[in-house]
Design a protein around this ligand. Sequence first.
Ligand code: SF4
Ligand code: FES
Length: 370
Amino acid sequence: MTPVEPPWALLAELTHGCPLHCAYCSNPVELVRRNRELDTETWCQVMGQAGRLGVVQTHISGGEPLLRPDLPQIVAAADAAGIHTQLVTSGIGLDAARLGALTDAGLRSVQLSVQHSDAQASDRIAGRRRSFADKARAAAVVREAGLPLGLNVVLHRDNLDALDAIVGLGLDWGADRIELANAQFYGWALLNRNQLLPSIGQLECARESVEAWRTRLGGRTELVWVVPDYFDGTAKPCMGGWGAVSLTVAPDGTVLPCPAAAALPGLDPLTVRERSLEWIWRDSPAFNAYRGTGWMADPCRSCERRDIDFGGCRCQAYALTGDAARTDPACRLAPDHPLLRGIVSEGALGAPSPAVPRSFRTAAGRGGRV
Ligand code: SF4
Ligand code: FES
């Protein structure tokens, strides 16, 4: 058996609490309630275990991690474990004092989200008034502190046409890196897929804009284009392979091969309360379920790209076919690819109802399930 290499990245979802209500959120519809979150001491232990396991980078995320008053202690524990920490935030609540405490604790970089280049549109998509102004202030505070700033923008039908202005905004705010992330359909985004799916024309224009910006910028600011795999005919190498480079710890301590895997039936992931991070990573059935290529059926089993894209995304295969072990329908060679083509053309017709805003209240209203 091939030895299991250590992971290099940990996504630490400290909380599912969030001041925003974005319909494209990839958090599970069944949000973890605040009273079920891990306490400070356990998160600090998780960081220590992650460092010993070999993790070199953690994305401290949520929900909104700034909702945790103990954030500096958790960052300090990660830093003490030799892990590079990046805060992934909406920017709501990030002022100079808060950022100062985090940088003193060892925070190395910040990734800030924004929903649109236009303040009103951004507030509408985020479901919170004046959130754009808060984000602009947060960006300024990060720049003043001299930390690297990444801007993350989830792209969908409602903002793709503003791509030029969005890149312009990122440059105005002093971003070192702008991540143009076409919406991926998990959790709330899957629930709201028909409201979010763009048209092929929108995507083509946006792609051309990105190329033009790259030429103009000449590498001075990094522009990342996260591929819209529903449209491309190719499967993405999701998470760099299942249990290959990264692990996620959910707010209640559940350890997952990816943030969306909580929705997979029969996976039975363990929590950090039950076993060590190292045992879960190397030996747990959940992490070994789709590791490597041995689990694959045809067409992936005999495909020359199986070590490049790992058969695509297991969560997407489950969401679209009900079987996580099937070839991701995003791949044009997948037997289920026509299903995806149908969804894309249906999406082009527009959605009959408004999107469901992400919140604990709307989650409860749906019994926490899609
Ligand atoms: Fe990737 Fe499987 Fe498609 Fe081959 S058949 S390109 S391995 S998803
Ligand atoms: Fe879970 Fe792709 S999101 S494997």
